[in-house]
Design a protein around this ligand. Structure first.
Ligand code: GYE
Length: 381
């Protein structure tokens, strides 16, 4: 194929994908050759279980890989051409997601030598599977997937493997054999749930807890992990009771709706756990409307996850008492993997993006950092 013919075919395939995918945004194509015409033979040997710890910062600061799990892959753009990357993103449900999307778009920019095909899958698993299939048909060099749900990935991952395209599972996890993808990276969601529970035990110091949980999206590893981790600590506290646990879909509207229904059903609760900041905003609106007080000076203690800028503002204001971080700035880790594969180097099976937790001023905790204006000012997303 000549390069222009290849580009035309690629464009046609992209049109087909855009018909299949409702909420699709493909980043502008750069007029560059060799984008995906010779995808690397992915090395997808089963990965060892060792974990790598990395600071939540761009790729430069990532620690050296201790566990080499993958053999060399030929560099797809060794001639200096553009590297094509497909990113099947969850959707646009939260502030965390917006920050994560921007970080990928900034990192995998044309100026940095990439052609990014970004697709917002609008929280629809079937759309996400078809999006990945479209990337395989387009013969992109690399595929990043932030899985909406953890189940249901075996078939399409096998298709990517058969096509020789390295797949990076990013942010959330999949229930699939690790031999079907090249690497995974993200936060430890179970550890985040446990951090929330451990902090609560320390804070309540023996006091009873009647807890309402607003979960994230059903079947997402972020939801499953945070729920499991928190419940691990609930089971260690015989005077804690989870009254109810419902999905608010990681959205503000969902958080508000679930909280409104909780308020109708339960009159005696003192803890609300929101599995992300946007749900917490909705829950606070619902409690405001019902005249329920919350925060360090109120009747209800709110725990949130993500620790985005606005979430931390509420924590600084003493409205959200504890906010467990999940860092959305993860694209640098993905780029680091891609650079290693380009250089024919081995990559790790798993890269952990490390989190901290934050608590309202006036509280000291061995599990969390006490919020200050300085911490808030340092939070760009
Ligand atoms: O907590 C939430 C987003 O997968 C960690 O997804 C991510 C979660 C995050 O919608 O805000």
């Amino acid at each position: 194929l000549t390069k222009s013919r290849f580009r035309e075919e690629t464009k046609m395939k992209k049109k087909v994908v855009s018909l299949l995918v409702a909420a699709m945004t493909v980043a502008s194509l750069t007029a560059c050759g060799n984008s995906g015409s010779d995808a690397p033979a992915a090395n997808q040997e089963p990965a060892p279980a060792e974990k790598q710890e990395a600071e939540p910062a761009p790729a430069e600061s990532q620690a050296e890989a201790p566990a080499e799990s993958q053999a060399e892959a030929p560099a797809p753009a060794a001639d200096g051409g553009t590297i094509s990357v497909g990113f099947a993103q969850v959707g646009h449900e939260s502030d965390w997601r917006a920050a994560n999307t921007k970080n990928y778009q900034d990192t995998f920019s044309a100026a940095n030598g990439y052609e990014l095909s970004f697709v917002d899958c609008d929280n629809d698993h079937a759309v996400q599977i078809e999006t990945v299939r479209g990337f395989i048909e387009q013969e992109l060099d690399y595929i990043c997937i932030a899985p909406i749900q953890s189940a249901g990935w075996d078939t399409v991952l096998q298709e990517a493997k058969d096509a020789g395209i390295p797949v990076l599972i990013v942010d959330r996890a999949v229930d699939a054999d690790p031999s079907l993808y090249t690497t995974a990276l993200g936060c430890d969601m179970v550890a985040e749930g446990e951090a929330a529970g451990n902090w609560l035990a320390e804070y309540l110091n023996g006091e009873d807890a009647n807890i309402l949980v607003i979960e994230g999206s059903v079947g997402a590893s972020a939801t499953l992990g945070r729920t499991e981790g928190f419940n691990n600590i609930v089971s260690q506290n015989s005077n804690w009771k989870v009254l109810d646990s419902q999905s608010g879909d990681f959205t503000q509207a969902g958080g508000q709706e679930v909280m409104e229904s909780f308020i109708k059903s339960y009159s005696d609760f003192n803890v609300v756990v929101c599995q992300n900041d946007n749900e917490a905003y909705g829950a606070m609106d619902a409690m405001d409307a019902a005249g329920i007080t919350y925060g360090v000076d109120g009747d209800v203690t709110i725990i949130s996850f993500d620790a985005t800028h606005d979430g931390l503002q509420y924590t600084l204001d003493g409205k959200i008492t504890c906010n467990v971080e999940c860092n959305p700035l993860q694209a640098g880790f993905a780029e680091d993997v891609i650079k290693k594969l380009q250089a024919g180097e081995a990559v790790d099976a798993w890269t952990l993006v490390v989190d901290e937790a934050f608590v309202a001023p006036g509280i000291t905790s061995k599990y969390a950092v006490t919020m200050s204006q300085e911490v808030l000012d340092g939070r760009a997303y």
